[in-house]
Write a protein that binds this ligand. Structure first.
Ligand code: PEP
Ligand code: MG
Length: 586
């Protein structure tokens, strides 16, 4: 490789290879001169400010409408939070007050007040307020540009296709992103199961996260190779490297094409053992992709998006309409709706959640819902009402033991009784499941299995809790080992306990989408694999390449290995042996 070429290793977030020009998010610095004004001009400056505020409001409303039309209302709702910033009386009054006192150009005063706000909020170390910082600076920049007449570039109107380079991406960034002009993205922070990485897969844009210093090593216009398969980013590659990656991209595309032909074939092993392949979604508008990739259901419908970046809490009606739509579109397949799982890296704007020292161990998931039964009941009512339009299932996140499961079921029972009393129809046989993502739940899964219809293993959290490794911290990402013997033993226990009680066991964590682990999970008896739609064909190919007998042998042997590293080497070798075309060389 040529001297001066920078090669960065990060965490693969969405597979695929992209070669393109870098575009640094937030790199445009707007310079503002300090301009003295006369007392007579104060009035004029205030009216310029007010014009800029209304122009910004118009701009945001237009974007909101466009995004809602193109990508669904949930994406559009993100901009409601931006509109709220525009109506922040305190900020507006402070700007006008200082303008009158200091008699300098309005743009200078505004920028100064904006910086002060961002500074104060950034020191607060509170996830809710941190989200507000990006809203405030987003809107602030728009106002400033309107004041000085600079045209705003958004991710939806970029002039040419680019590779986005950012410290992190906010939900508003991902909402305005389009495959047409964002051909890849790379970020400094984030882990394999962070929200950004999960969004990358659902958008199907090759990306690498957790690169630590990519924003420091890349300039606007640099050529970047993003290898979302191996988690590599190469800055300003030489010709030979470009050629190597073009070949790799060709191989990947060919593989994808071949995989697409599997769409209508069953997900069964060579000896006829059938498993269910389902998809994970966050928004109803991902359903076409779910169907396109041949999923036989939705194994995890994350519902946190309803509560993110919006004015007020989502109503029962709003949720009901979305659940109904998904149920209808997925029919006859089933959809598992996971009840609200706030907390960890999924923080919500409208809920008053206090700052915590250990948010992943704190007030999250079912704990939060049980403490807010009214909010929980609204969601359960919406799901139950929608259940007559298809096959819906309810799944509780973060169950740690039997008491919690019973409490959740008791709230559900209240809602069911209330609906019955009011003669509102719902599917009385609706299946209820528990996510098994806490080691205590895994170890007591024999007890829990008696009171639910299914389990779904949430490996994203299970791994972090079992190994004490924060799932979004790139510094310790090397310790986040899905194939660690401790994790494998927990998974084995959950599946066995589920089966002994006669219930089915699925997996909806990212581990279900890793083809090198498919034989192992099959061999342990997993009944359902649920993952990002784009990964499903690959998993199906692996399932169809083996007999259940061989998969069981592979699982048996893998469980005797003493370290995750050895398990990885063993299962990779098996993948290469059975499905050589999937073993992508670097
Ligand atoms: C998990 O923990 O594995 C999971 C699927 O849930 P989430 O990633 O939303 O926490
Ligand atoms: Mg989880």
């Amino acid at each position: 490789m040529k001297k001066g070429v920078i090669k960065l290793k990060g965490i693969p977030a969405a597979p695929g290879i992209t070669i393109g020009k870098a575009y640094l998010l937030d790199s445009e610095q707007i310079s503002v001169r300090k301009r003295r004004i006369k007392a007579d001009d104060i009035h004029k400056e205030i009216s310029r400010f007010k014009d800029a505020l209304s122009k910004t409001k118009e701009d945001i409303l237009k974007i909101k409408e466009k995004i809602s039309k193109e990508m669904g209302v949930e994406h559009g709702e993100i901009f409601s939070a931006h509109l709220l910033v525009l109506e922040d009386i305190m900020l507006i009054e402070e700007v006008i007050l200082r303008l009158k006192k200091e008699k300098v150009g309005i743009e200078y005063v505004f920028l100064d007040v904006l910086k002060k706000y961002v500074n104060v909020f950034s020191k607060m170390d509170d996830e809710y307020l941190k989200e507000r910082i990006s809203d405030i600076s987003d809107v602030g920049k728009r106002i400033l540009k309107n004041l000085i007449g600079v045209k705003t570039r958004t991710l939806s109107n970029l002039a040419r296709p680019v590779v986005l380079v950012a410290y992190d991406l906010s939900p508003s960034d991902t909402a305005t992103m389009h495959k047409k002009n964002v051909i890849g993205f790379v970020t400094d922070i984030g882990g394999r199961t962070s929200h950004t990485a999960i969004m990358a897969k659902s958008l199907e844009i090759p990306s690498v996260v957790g690169l630590e210093e990519v924003t420091r090593n890349v300039k606007n216009g640099d050529t970047l190779i993003v290898d979302g398969i191996h988690g590599m980013v190469i800055v300003n590659p030489d010709k030979a490297t470009v050629k190597h990656y073009e070949d790799l991209r060709g191989k990947f595309k060919k593989l994808e094409k071949g995989l697409a032909t599997l769409k209508n074939l069953p997900s069964e092993t060579k000896d006829g053992h059938r498993v269910v392949l389902s998809a994970n979604i966050e928004l109803p508008d991902e359903v076409p992709s779910v169907i396109y990739h041949g999923a036989e259901g939705i194994g995890l419908y994350r519902t946190e998006y309803f509560y993110m970046n919006k004015e007020g809490l989502p109503s029962e009606e709003e949720q009901y309409q979305s659940y109904k739509l998904v149920a209808q579109k997925m029919k006859p397949h089933s959809t598992i709706i996971r009840t609200l799982d706030i907390g960890g890296d999924k923080f919500l704007s409208q809920l008053d959640v206090p700052k915590e020292m250990n948010p992943y161990l704190g007030w999250r998931g079912i704990r939060f819902c049980l403490a807010q039964p009214d909010l929980f009941k609204i969601q359960l009512r919406a799901i139950l009402r929608a259940s007559v339009y298809g096959t819906l299932k309810i799944m509780y996140p973060m169950i740690s033991g039997l008491d919690e499961l019973r409490q959740a079921n008791a709230v559900l029972e209240e809602v069911r009784n209330d609906l019955k009393k009011k003669k509102i129809p719902f599917d009385e046989k609706i299946e209820i499941g528990a996510m098994i993502e806490i080691p205590s739940a895994a170890m007591t899964s024999d007890i829990l299995a008696e009171e639910v219809d299914f389990f779904s293993i949430g490996t994203n959290d299970l791994i972090q809790y079992a190994l004490a490794v924060d799932r979004v911290n790139e510094k310790i990402a090397y310790l986040y080992e899905p194939a660690h013997p401790a994790v494998l033993r927990l998974i084995k226990t959950i599946i066995k306990n589920g089966h002994d009680s006669g219930i089915w066991v699925g997996m909806c964590g990212e581990m279900a989408g890793d083809p090198s682990l498919t034989f192992l999970l099959l061999g342990l008896g997993l009944d359902e694999f649920s993952t990002s739609p784009m990964l499903l064909p690959e998993i199906k190919k692996v399932i169809r390449a083996v007999t259940l007998r061989d998969a069981k042998e592979i699982a048996k042997k893998a469980l005797t290995l003493p370290t995750g590293r050895e398990v990885v080497a063993f299962v990779n070798a098996k993948l290469k042996e059975y499905v050589p075309e999937l073993a992508m060389e670097e």
